[in-house]
Design a protein around this ligand. Structure first.
Ligand code: S3P
Length: 231
């Protein structure tokens, strides 16, 4: 757990105790749905039967970044762009910022410097997002390959967008030129990559979303609903 995470859990617990002690005197507070505090670090859950807590803790939630992870073709960028508008936050695309840093496209970076240099830049830019507040951050599909990146993501708010391999392959193959790893990749090889990565995505994510047959708006709505009731 990062110290920020401990502070957050501490504050959530403290305020919830105060609300549960004094809240009953307010007529309009109803103790109905349980609110779940989810710690990113060890997946422990504390259940608190207080609806009111969402209102009280909204400001803490507000400054946190949301990370979107998933295979190529899972719609992270499209979902991220719309989600950021919906949540009145700012969108940040990690691949685009790598391109800006090199002043080259992803394919050119792979060709000129190789995948290893790309992965180094990807990691350092991921860590730099720690300086951002209230952003929706879309990551590249390979972000979870690196153990240090996974450790970073486990301590943050992460949504994994999942689809069937066929859908992912079909979508990713549409932009083969922009995706160096897709160059000559067959469906079987893509499937192998998916199988290798799926556990890593799940390991990092707070929430796995089944995005199959869902529109971008539907996925955004699902994430927003999760955001309303999770801390
Ligand atoms: C990659 C995914 C790409 C990009 C790079 C490598 C991967 O991003 O970062 O081509 O290893 O899966 P998208 O997932 O946005 O296509």
């Amino acid at each position: 757990c990062s110290s920020a995470e401990y502070i957050r859990i501490g504050l959530v617990s403290f305020i919830s105790v105060i609300v549960s002690i004094f809240g009953k005197s307010f007529e309009n507070i109803r103790y109905t749905k349980p609110t779940t505090i989810k710690t990113n670090c060890n997946k422990t859950k504390h259940i608190l039967r207080i609806d009111m807590i969402y209102i009280l803790l909204f400001p803490f939630n507000f400054f946190m970044n949301i990370y979107l992870i998933g295979m190529m073709g899972s719609g992270k960028t499209s979902v991220g762009q719309l989600l950021s508008k919906y949540l009145k936050s700012t969108f940040y695309d990690l691949d685009s910022s790598i391109e800006k840093r090199f002043n080259l496209t992803i394919t050119e970076i792979f060709n000129e410097y190789g995948e290893e240099r790309f992965r180094e830049a990807e990691s350092s830019l991921l860590f730099e997002t720690n300086n951002l507040e209230n952003y929706v951050i879309s990551t590249g599909g390979g972000i979870v390959i690196n153990e240090t990146n996974r450790k970073f993501l486990r301590d943050h708010r992460v949504y994994y967008l999942n689809n069937s391999v066929e859908t992912l392959y079909e979508r990713a193959a549409k932009k083969r030129k922009q995706r160096p790893l897709m160059k000559n990749l067959t469906l079987n090889e893509f499937n192998l990559m998916y199988e290798n990565r799926v556990k890593l995505y799940q390991e990092c994510a707070n929430i796995t979303l089944n995005a199959e047959n869902k529109t971008i708006s539907e996925i955004v709505e699902e994430i927003s609903n999760h955001e309303k009731f999770s801390f």
